[in-house]
Design a binder for this molecule. Structure first.
Ligand code: NAD
Length: 467
């Protein structure tokens, strides 16, 4: 097992930022503390009839707002320290983007590919049952979501299991990232990658920052490398490419590949599905191992796999001018300083990958409101726009075609509203932390922590301490 102390790393970044806030040590210690930690071991009956003990955790970092919220991870890296660190990051992330939840995280220590689908379903359902029994799940208590190694399928199993025990009206809100036909929301699957894109789009529109980095403004023409072509990495890469960026390198479990002229994402994904890896993808150079591409020439490096990837071992060799932290905790505290001192811009995880929890918040709202966003207003909006277009036609010579009317008079449905809410959140939050960066002359990570501590500190002060 690794000696990496992820929770310490998160707390170091917190302490660095806390110096710029007005709160006393006791209150800061309360904000930092994990409020509840659940450790579970339960038996899995495997397909061949044998029994295996499965280990899982759920950590609710902060109860200052309820429900608590955070993903469930299936990975061999899962342990108590990792889950505490990720839960803490969720609290700060929610505060940074003004999502009214406390932070939480869960994890099961398994390598997903070692289990059949039926076994994974039994593990997920039993884990949900354990959470339910201990009051660690519920629409007003604690709401899981997908993370590394889990997806909408597992969230569907969680909901179905929860429903076996609970007949409460808002049961659908006990988990987010669900399939659409089980109360999910349009745009959740791609939300984290989409949020990464909006965050970077905002960062590269900053004239002064781009000048310092020696880069043009805008995404178009920028080269990037992505580590981890899973949910977050794939979607971030897709939106970068759609906006004209060039993917020059990719890392996956089996190794890393590079082509300075660009790699076709859609074809690479097909290749990865067929050959269960990326090595050998036509037209690309295979590098010596799966971390080598992190050191490749590029404008933007997008770590989108796991924590502790940019460390003192490779930090001096990282050439990217912008580090887009799509994963949680990809950069160690020491590596952060080395990369920052070299002059690169680090867009921190506790802001940049908040798109997932933002859209999860929209999904939860949809579930407790029992109505799809846009259902009430879309047609009314369209009729109103049509009336305006008709008035324009009567007072001018302009005649609109049916196609133009279709485009100009389109009302906002769920997908459009989710995308708009996500974009607004990512832009507003970037500007909030950028202001704090300027005010205190700190980096963006410290600024994001200052933003979170300021918001949390005020709530804790108002709450007082219940005996
Ligand atoms: P995922 O399981 O969908 O994908 C992760 C990918 O990374 C997989 O394809 C895996 O093979 C690859 N990978 C693992 N180790 C690697 C390595 N050493 N080198 C290269 N590739 C490697 O997971 P995800 O949901 O995309 O999550 C990725 C990261 O983003 C995690 O840190 C997670 O906590 C964070 N995150 C996810 C969400 C979400 O909505 N899913 C939200 C916020 C943050």
């Amino acid at each position: 097992m690794s000696n990496y102390k992820f929770y310490d790393q998160v707390n170091k970044a917190f302490d660095k930022a806390a110096k710029y806030t007005r709160f006393d040590q006791g209150l800061l210690a309360q904000i930092k503390a994990c409020n509840a930690v659940l450790r579970i071991a339960f038996p899995l009956e495997k397909d061949d009839g044998s029994i295996e003990v499965i280990h899982g955790w759920r950590v609710q970092h902060s109860h200052h707002k309820l429900p608590t919220k955070g993903g469930i991870r299936y990975s061999l890296t899962v342990n108590e320290d990792e889950t505490m660190a990720l839960a803490a990051l969720m609290t700060y992330k929610c505060a940074v983007v003004d999502v009214p939840f406390g932070g939480a995280k869960g994890g099961i220590r398994i390598n997903k590919s070692d289990y059949s689908d039926a076994e994974l379903e039994r593990i997920t359902r039993r884990f949900t049952f354990e959470l339910y029994k201990k009051s660690f799940i519920g629409p007003g208590i604690d709401v899981p979501a997908p993370d590394y190694g889990t997806s909408a399928r597992e969230m569907g199993w969680i909901l179905d299991t929860y429903r076996q025990f609970s007949s409460e009206l808002n049961a659908e809100g006990c988990v987010t990232g669900k399939p659409l036909n089980q109360g999910g929301i349009r745009g959740r699957t791609e939300a984290t990658g989409r949020g990464v894109f909006f965050g970077i789009e905002e960062a590269v529109s900053n004239k002064d920052d781009m000048k310092i980095l020696g880069l043009e403004e805008g995404i178009e023409g920028k080269t990037f490398v992505v580590q981890g072509l899973g949910n977050v990495g794939y979607h971030a890469a897709k939106y970068f490419i759609d906006a004209g960026a060039i993917m020059v390198g990719v890392a996956e479990i089996d190794g890393s590949i590079y082509n300075k002229k660009g790699i076709d994402l859609a074809k690479l994904l097909e290749y990865k599905m067929e050959s269960k890896g990326i090595i050998g993808f036509p037209g690309t150079k295979t590098l010596k191992n799966n971390s080598a591409v992190l050191e490749a020439e590029c404008d933007i490096l997008v770590p989108a796999a796991l924590e502790n990837q940019l460390t003192t071992k490779n930090a001096t060799k990282i050439k990217a001018k912008i580090i887009a932290e799509a994963a949680n905790g990809p950069t160690s505290t020491e590596a952060h300083d080395i990369i920052k001192n070299r002059g690169a811009l680090i867009i921190p995880d506790n802001y940049l990958n908040a798109g997932g929890v933002t859209v999860s918040y929209f999904e939860w709202l949809k579930n407790i409101q029992h109505v799809r966003f846009g259902r009430m207003g879309k047609r009314f909006e369209e009729e109103s726009y049509k009336k305006i277009l008709r008035v324009i036609e009567t007072i001018s010579d302009r005649k609109f075609t049916e196609k133009e009317i279709g485009i100009l008079a389109k009302g906002a449905g769920e997908a459009e509203l989710v995308d708009s809410g996500l974009k607004d959140t990512m832009i507003n939050s970037y500007n909030q932390i950028n202001e704090l960066r300027k005010k205190h002359d700190v980096d963006l990570r410290t600024a994001a922590f200052i933003s979170a501590i300021n918001k949390l500190g005020v709530i804790y002060e108002q709450m007082g301490i219940f005996p």
